[in-house]
Design a protein around this ligand. Structure first.
Ligand SMILES: [Zn+2]
Length: 78
């Protein structure tokens, strides 16, 4: 019975974990400084590749403000 709550808690933690380090972006460009160019494609972290292989995300680093963010593949950066 309690196992369900524990598993749900783990799932929630794992789902929100990457967004502590990578800010999710739904619009085009960097979510911090709004630059649409000078974005460097980052390789996906190995843990994220295993856990979130089904998520349509791309990891970028903005070369202007040097911050990382996750771009959902529903929109294009450039
Ligand atoms: Zn930026």
């Amino acid at each position: 019975m309690y196992l369900i709550f524990v598993l749900t808690g783990f799932a929630l933690v794992f789902f929100t974990l990457p967004f502590l380090f990578y800010r999710p972006a739904f619009g085009p460009g960097c979510p911090y400084c709004k630059h649409t160019h000078a974005l460097e494609r980052q390789p996906r972290p190995a843990l994220m590749k295993v856990l979130f292989f089904y998520m349509p995300t791309r990891y970028y680093k903005c070369l202007y403000c040097l911050k990382r963010f996750v771009q959902f593949r529903l929109v294009t950066v450039h």
